[in-house]
Design a protein around this ligand. Structure first.
Ligand SMILES: [Zn+2]
Ligand SMILES: [Zn+2]
Length: 348
């Protein structure tokens, strides 16, 4: 079968790989139908993810059909359409029992797919702990509508839940890329008064406004972000800030636009260390929450998609077939042609 393989820093190859096989009773083999490229794949390609193992098939955001299940899989059967969770997790360890599945202590636990074990930019993939990591897609939900359940929507849903958003709050989301847009969608579930999108790309801000994911857009290239957010909040600052950009100075923006006692939620993945200037923020009494998604809410997300309350299809700006995935990588990595996300058809 064909697959995209990480060969080491700077190198990806589209090559032939053997079909995956069941290795553990809790495994399932999934025939991938629709897959996509994530910014994390680009981070891996650039060598910025130390735990990524060369020789691994990339891809951690995809949907497919169950092809085969191990003897220990109870909830899924061949033929089921499923969304696959970015994280595989045992469900039994200290962290899993508390919902912190990103830190599952099993060797195959946490973000393993497409990083440490073969992922879903392939025709077939082995998913460990299938009962925990798969989500059934209802007939009424298309592959495209379900595609972002396991990673981007999980990230947005998790970030919004960490941010302790209350009705009538002002939520600022830094970054109007895929993760930022999904974060805005999920923040809206809490009924905030307004969502402010901050990004340096006008096309992305326009997309956020056009799809009503944000009420106001601020572009730091044209505006003073801090002054603008203060103006929009009677001089207080945002009640909750979600930093989903991971840019050179976006962490500084995040705490600067937060009001005193706000929650600043850092869900971005940085390629460089950041500075926490405690003297400058003394007395602001901020609450920082950081990290990588605990993708343990896929069932709830799928319910919200089926009910029409979460719809991330507007992120799909580009479509292609699996044979063209390396061209898609080039467009995505270099942010050409106003790309937000690709939907890449692997099989019908
Ligand atoms: Zn991702
Ligand atoms: Zn676990």
């Amino acid at each position: 079968m064909k697959a995209v393989v990480y060969q080491g820093k700077g190198r990806l190859l589209f090559e032939d790989r053997p079909m995956p096989r069941i290795q553990d009773p809790k495994d399932a083999i999934i025939r991938v139908t629709l897959t996509t490229i994530c910014s994390s794949d680009i981070h891996i390609k650039r060598g910025a993810v130390p735990r990524a193992v060369p020789g691994t098939i990339l891809g951690h955001e995809f949907v497919g059909v169950v092809e085969q299940t191990g003897e220990g899989v109870r909830r899924f059967f061949p033929g089921d359409r499923v969304a696959v969770n970015v994280e595989t997790f045992c469900g039994e360890c200290f962290f899993c029992r508390r919902g912190y599945v990103n830190n599952c202590t099993d060797p195959d636990g946490g973000w393993a797919l497409g990083c440490r074990i073969d992922g879903g930019q392939a025709e077939y993939v082995r998913v460990p702990f299938a009962d925990n990591g798969l989500t059934l897609i209802p007939d009424s939900v298309s592959d495209e509508a379900a595609l972002f359940t396991g990673d981007l929507l999980s990230t947005g849903f998790w970030g919004a839940s960490l941010a302790e958003i209350k009705p009538q709050d002002t939520v600022a989301v830094i970054g109007a890329g895929p993760a930022g847009l999904c974060t805005m969608m999920c923040a809206a579930l809490y009924g905030p008064k307004q969502i402010i999108a901050v990004d340096t790309a006008d096309d992305r801000l326009n997309l956020a406004l056009r799809h009503k994911l944000a009420d106001t857009a601020v572009n730091p290239l044209h505006q003073d972000t801090v002054r603008e957010v203060l103006r929009l909040t009677q001089g207080r600052g945002a009640d909750a800030v979600l930093e989903a950009a991971g840019g050179r100075d976006t962490f500084q923006t995040a705490w600067q636009i937060a009001r005193p006692n706000a929650v600043v939620c850092v869900i971005a993945m940085y390629e460089e260390s950041q500075i926490l200037p405690l003297p400058d923020m003394y007395g602001k009494n901020l609450i920082f929450k950081t990290g990588g998604v605990d993708a343990s809410s896929c069932g709830k997300i799928m319910e919200l998609i089926a009910a029409g309350r979460l719809d991330a299809r507007c992120l799909i700006t580009h479509r292609t077939s699996f044979g063209h995935i390396m061209e898609a990588y080039d467009v995505f990595e270099n942010r050409r042609d106003h790309v937000i996300k690709y939907a890449i058809r692997v099989s019908e």
